[in-house]
Structures are given as C-alpha cells and as structure tokens.
Design a protein around this ligand. Structure first.
Ligand SMILES: *[C@@H]1O[C@H](CO)[C@@H](O)[C@H](O)[C@H]1NC(C)=O
Ligand SMILES: *[C@@H]1O[C@H](CO)[C@@H](O)[C@H](O)[C@H]1NC(C)=O
Ligand SMILES: *[C@@H]1O[C@H](CO)[C@@H](O)[C@H](O)[C@H]1NC(C)=O
Ligand SMILES: *[C@@H]1O[C@H](CO)[C@@H](O)[C@H](O)[C@H]1NC(C)=O
Ligand SMILES: *[C@@H]1O[C@H](CO)[C@@H](O)[C@H](O)[C@H]1NC(C)=O
Length: 366
C-alpha cells in the first residue's frame, strides 16, 4: 500500500510529540480478543482468522466488495478510511503483538517450579545442561514460531492479508529468533518491508527483572546474528537496563512502553517510508501485558508463540500532562544463595545456611 496519505499525519505527530501527550485507546468491535466473552486461555489465533470478527463495515462497497474481497481486505480498507476521515491529530494503527516461542527459561521455570525459579534458579545463567541467560528458543519454541510462519503464509494466500508495513522486535534473543522464523521467506507485501529487516527496539523488551533471561546480549553479538537488521537510533552496545539487583515495576515499565509506542506512532523508526498502519511487534508476555495496559485493552494473556492483533487509536491531546511519579520505582527483592529446600505454591524456602540476599549471584563482564 502507498502510505503517502498517512505520511503527513506522521509528520504532524513528530512535530508535536515532544510537547504534547498521545492518548491511546483500544477500538473494540473488530476482534474477538477485545470481547469480554472471549477466554484468553483457550483462544487460538490460528483457528479464528487472528480473531477478526465477520462483519460489515460502513466503508464496504456493497456492489462488489462483499463477494470479491476478504474480511481482512475490507478491514484494511476500513481502517485506511478511518485514517482518511480523521483529523491530523488522530491516527489508527493495527498492532500485531507477537509473543516469542518457548525459551529455555520457560522450560526451566516449569522444571524447577515457579517459586524456586524466582528465588534462586532464575538468577543463575543456566545449569550444566542448558543456558537461560538471554534464553534461546527450545525446539518447541522453534515449532511455535514455525506455526506463526505457516499461519501468516496461509493468511497471505487465503485472506490476501496486508502484511505489516513495519516490524519491530525486542532485542532479546528469543524474540529475535521468533521474528526471524516467523517472517523470513514470506511474500511480504509492501516492497519496503521485503526482505524482512525489522527494527530492534530496546523498549519492546521484556519486563526487566533480576532474572538473567532478561539480560540481553551486546549489540555486536546481535548484529553478528542478524547483520541486515536495523537497530533503532541510540541503541546501546551494552545492556544498560539489567543489573541483576533491581526489577522495574509495572508503572516504570508502562512509562517506557508508552515511549516506544509514541515513537511508533510518531513514525520515528529510522525509515524514510514511515511506519505505516499495520505494525508488527515481536515481544514478550510481560511487555505485551504492559502495552495492553497503555492502550486500555483488557488483560489478555498470550501463550508462547501466539499473535494478537489490536486496533489502536492514538490522539494527540494538547497540553495534557504525562502521568508520572507514582509506582515507577525499581525494586530489589531477596533471593536464596543456594538451591532452596522447598518450592511450594506459598513460596520458596531458602536452606538454613543460605541467607536471602539482594546482590546478584552472577556477574557479567562489561
Ligand atoms: C483519553 O481517551 C479516553 C477515551 O477516549 C478518554 O476517556 C480520556 O479522557 C482521554 N484522556 C485524555 C488525557 O484526554
Ligand atoms: C466467517 O466467515 C467465513 C467464511 O467467509 C467462515 O468460514 C467462518 O466460519 C466465519 N467465522 C465465524 C466466526 O462466523
Ligand atoms: C537443567 O534444566 C533443564 C530445564 O530447562 C532440565 O531439563 C535439566 O534436567 C536440568 N539439568 C540438570 C543437570 O539439572
Ligand atoms: C559481545 O558479546 C559476545 C557474546 O556474549 C562476547 O563474546 C563479546 O566479547 C562481546 N563483545 C564486546 C565488544 O563486548
Ligand atoms: C533466520 O531464519 C532463516 C530462515 O528460517 C534461517 O536460515 C537463519 O538461520 C535464521 N538466522 C538466525 C540467526 O537464527
């Protein structure tokens, strides 16, 4: 799709984003995932056309559309029309929020049990057989990403779905790998997004906790794996957010998630073609939960490898103050220095010899 009609809006947002506030809302009525009656725990994006509801839109042309065009084609046309009819302060985008496939940290959490994982094992880089620091995908995680790949491929063929105009990915390895498997070798439509070269964006990373799975590799290493991919402006060589001692609160995370969204809505992706209307974000459960809070979507847990489209309306609100201050502190938490004696649902009990401490169990060079 030609984005020339949307470009002036992107410029308008860029010009004012510094001084004003973008207010996000989820627009409901289009996707099953927005309905209170849809159960997130059983929802399957691959059997529901990504959850897109069968319906007509005011923008349909009944003379020919309904038989010739697919639901996704008419939806794309409808959102394009919404953007055309909106003042320059309002922009609609469809975010395809993808959770990475299962990583070694997910498998280890199941293996050790969540309490023991949280109070001890997650702070190590791995055990003698697996590594979970900046965890890679397990074989079943790879398979989940391949399911996403096949489903996109099927949607392109059967629904002629407009593939995302731009792609963003968290800098953590499990998300990079998932995006790579999902979107490589697909006939992506706007030629500007083919071959697949996403933008690696720091603030789409997972909630930063004390867990080593949240400690990303350096930029040199990421670049060695994906040499064609772009880092956002200002991406740092070393992970400046993770320190193994403090975890960001939901409030702090929501602030940076909103910064990331503001940059997406302002078209600031270092790409002259603009961000466009359909945007893919390959990320994590905790970060997707944060993005959903920022856009006022109901809670919706994604299974590993799942993809959730949401229609978001961004409106520049003049002179509104960014909410700040409350609940944005980073916190430390105690953990055991040796394998805990028990891991039960009520919590984790350190061995008597192990005093809970608030310093990292492992240190990384650099
Ligand atoms: C943001 O949008 C919502 C829904 O349209 C509205 O209720 C709220 O007042 C808006 N907030 C601001 C700061 O304009
Ligand atoms: C939507 O319509 C398609 C045919 O166009 C049909 O196969 C599908 O079952 C319908 N889905 C729902 C949820 O009604
Ligand atoms: C290491 O953790 C994995 C779970 O990710 C488990 O399958 C494996 O048995 C563990 N290895 C040892 C030596 O405990
Ligand atoms: C980057 O990380 C890799 C892998 O962890 C390491 O081998 C390398 O020394 C690091 N490079 C720099 C420049 O720090
Ligand atoms: C990216 O995906 C392609 C296609 O599946 C594969 O050949 C390549 O090895 C992957 N690269 C990395 C670094 O995982």
């Amino acid at each position: 799709m030609k984005l020339s009609s949307i470009a002036p809006l992107a410029i308008a947002l860029t010009a004012t984003a510094q001084a004003s506030y973008i207010n996000y809302t989820t627009v409901t009525g289009y996707f099953l995932q927005d309905e209170a009656s849809t159960d997130a725990s059983t929802f399957d994006y691959t059997t529901t056309n990504f959850g897109l509801i069968n319906r007509t839109y005011p923008s349909d042309n009944p003379d020919n559309d309904n038989n010739l065009l697919t639901q996704w084609e008419r939806f794309h046309h409808h959102i394009t029309t919404l953007n055309h009819l909106s003042p320059p302060t309002i922009s609609y985008k469809v975010l395809f929020l993808g959770r990475h496939g299962e990583g070694y940290h997910n498998a280890a959490e199941s293996y050790y049990g969540t309490p023991a994982w949280n109070c001890y094992y997650s702070l190590l880089t791995g055990n003698s057989t697996t590594t979970w620091s900046d965890a890679d995908l397990t074989p079943s995680g790879i398979q989940q990403a391949q399911i996403a790949h096949s489903f996109w491929s099927h949607q392109i063929a059967s629904q002629r779905i407009h593939t995302p105009d731009s792609y963003f990915v968290s800098p953590l390895l499990r998300a990079l790998r998932t995006a790579n498997i999902t979107f490589s070798d697909l006939p992506l439509q706007p030629s500007s997004s083919s071959p697949f070269t996403p933008v690696i964006k720091e603030f789409f990373r997972e909630s930063v906790t004390l867990h080593t799975c949240d400690h990303r590799h350096n930029a040199t290493y990421i670049h060695s794996l994906f040499p064609e991919w772009t880092f956002e402006k200002g991406f740092r060589e070393e992970d400046g957010m993770w320190d193994g001692v403090r975890a960001e609160s939901n409030g702090a995370q929501d602030v940076r998630s909103k910064v990331a969204l503001d940059e997406v809505f302002a078209g600031d992706d270092d790409d002259d073609d603009g961000v466009g209307m359909f945007v893919s974000v390959t990320s994590h459960s905790g970060e997707i939960a944060s993005l959903l809070r920022v856009i006022g979507h109901r809670e919706f847990g994604l299974r590993t490898g799942a993809v959730l489209p949401v229609l978001v309306r961004g409106e520049i609100v003049g002179d509104a103050l960014e909410p700040t201050g409350t609940g944005t502190r980073w916190e430390t938490s105690a953990h055991c220095t040796a394998p805990p004696v028990t891991s039960v649902s009520s919590g984790c009990v350190c061995a008597s010899s192990a005093v809970p401490v608030t310093t990292p169990l492992v240190t990384f060079a650099g």
